[in-house]
Design a binder for this molecule. Sequence first.
Ligand SMILES: Nc1ncnc2c1ncn2[C@@H]1O[C@H](COP(=O)(O)OP(=O)(O)O)[C@@H](O)[C@H]1O
Ligand SMILES: [Mg+2]
Length: 269
Amino acid sequence: MAKVFVVTSGKGGVGKTTITANVGCALAKMGDRVCLIDADIGLKNLDVVLGVENRIVYTIIDVVNGNVSPKEALVRHKILKNLFLLPASQIATKEMVSPDDMKRIVKELSKDFDYILIDSPAGIERGFRNAASPAEAALVVTTPEIPSISDADRVVGLLENFGYSDDDIKVIINRIKPKMVKKGDMLSKEDIESILALEIVGAIPDSEEVIAATNRGVPIVLDGTYITKNYENIAQRIRGEEVPLEEDLKSSPNKGLLSFFKNLFGRKG
Ligand SMILES: Nc1ncnc2c1ncn2[C@@H]1O[C@H](COP(=O)(O)OP(=O)(O)O)[C@@H](O)[C@H]1O
Ligand SMILES: [Mg+2]
């Protein structure tokens, strides 16, 4: 049976779709059978980031309506043959899918995959419930700014109401900017601690290359630049391998990042 994760956040635009695509690719590269489910309809949909938008025949709405089975609606990645996407529909609204539909779909797909990652919309509405209810673990994405952290904290509260235990909720810090660290635009101790009460499974620097890769429709994990390792580290941690968080620094030439981490860890212990 697949291990099912929801990738979620409080604020939009923090990198959920990018992370879903790249961690999915990294897991698939390691040989796992991976299914990504797009539970969000946004500007940069999962299909576009994966570069499979022209291959979509059916969407999740066809599955909900009973036109096709979940498996029949899957789109296979061009390069990674063990990576599949269940696409969102561009014309449907979130109200056309219910949490029970999602649970049924995920249960059926679970048999054929090692990992299922569900890309969630931001916020706390129906779309979030659809994405969170069929999963057993959550990756909460936040940027290191205070508004993003407090929104993430709110989502953590919601996930707990859904029955997620603290062990099932992991945090990824995305778009860390060395300049921000220097300017003193740091999080308050309380904000950091409220997040650090949970395990951090990834720290990703802000990188122009991520944006360029998104625009090309080639997940950066398939490109082999320095930031690739950050997504691979997350994939390894998801698989239960011990990869110290300090490893996430090694990919980056930025000194500022190092001080950011020292600050983070220094306060913790
Ligand atoms: N580490 C990063 N560095 C720079 N840009 C990033 C990074 N991660 C994501 N982005 C960019 O941020 C924007 C929003 O990312 P996206 O994954 O669509 O967020 P979400 O799904 O949370 O709305 C995209 O243009 C994406 O390329
Ligand atoms: Mg998104």
